[in-house]
Design a protein around this ligand. Structure first.
Ligand code: CDP
Length: 245
């Protein structure tokens, strides 16, 4: 390792924030907290704070954007100017357009879009504070907001990141690990089938390391799914009777 490189993992195999390799940051989700939107959710994941509002399904506008076979999912990921250390210039840029696109595609796989021809479903993801992993945190909250809006889905989407830091594969990268680590791999799945709906990679890993990342993420999604579920149960004050065998 270069002498001046920041050390992200100590001698006891603990990360800068004290977490072990496969430990998640704290996650809290609230469903249905905006009165004007059809559905909404708020997520705090580590230092990330993200609000999601959903409108629709409603007639797609402009008309030429309509698809006669299914609804179009329009996710718009936006970072507030004050969400990052250096003021984020308002408005879309390449990164926010890319993230909006991959989130729209991930949600389109889970929503029963074929039930709503010519319609659109708008998903506004507003990042109020960013702390790495915002695309996955936004997507994880968006699916809760869609459920809150009563939009029919095959399954709720859930995701997490893993990556390579100081030569080790670790779960749920912090901002320092994202900035100074060797690789960052966000993955989102539909847990019932295990179908991957979002997968990206920034950096280099071996095939073995990629499978390690996938194993850690798949395991973590069980816990995150439970948090999503609890958010909805809390909102509607329903007792969790489990999914049965
Ligand atoms: O947020 P996510 O990990 O999905 O996307 P990223 O492009 O890998 O960005 C990682 C982190 O860099 C973000 O979560 C922000 O904390 C930070 N960032 C920033 O400080 N300023 C930007 N203009 C964009 C990202």
């Amino acid at each position: 390792m270069e002498a001046n490189k920041i050390k992200l993992i100590n001698e006891d195999n603990l990360r800068l924030d004290g977490r072990s390799f496969n430990e998640l940051r704290p996650i809290k989700i609230q469903a249905g907290i905006l009165n004007r939107a059809d559905g909404s959710a708020y997520i705090e994941w580590g230092g990330n704070k993200i609000m999601v509002g959903v409108y629709g399904p409603k007639e797609a506008y402009p008309k030429h954007s309509q698809d006669i076979d299914h609804a179009i999912v329009k996710a718009r990921y936006n970072m507030a100017a004050f969400s990052v250390d250096e003021r984020k210039r308002p408005g879309p840029d390449r990164r926010t357009m890319e993230i909006s696109k991959v989130i729209s595609e991930a949600l389109s796989s889970s929503i029963m879009i074929e039930q709503f021809p010519r319609a659109e479903i708008d998903v506004y993801i507003e990042v109020l504070q960013a702390d790495a992993g915002t695309r996955i945190a936004g997507l994880t909250a968006a699916t809760v907001a869609l459920a809150d809006a009563g939009v029919p889905m095959r399954d709720m989407v859930v995701g997490c990141t893993a990556g390579k830091v100081d030569g080790h594969m670790v779960l749920d990268l912090s901002k320092e690990e994202d900035n100074y680590g060797e690789a960052d791999i966000p993955i989102a799945i539909m847990p019932k089938t295990g179908e991957i709906v979002l997968m990206q990679m920034d950096g280099d890993v071996t095939e073995d390391e990629l499978y390690q990342a996938m194993d850690m993420i798949f395991e973590a999604t069980k816990r995150i799914s439970q948090i999503q579920r609890e958010a909805l149960l809390n909102k509607y004050k329903i007792q969790d009777i489990g999914e049965g065998e």
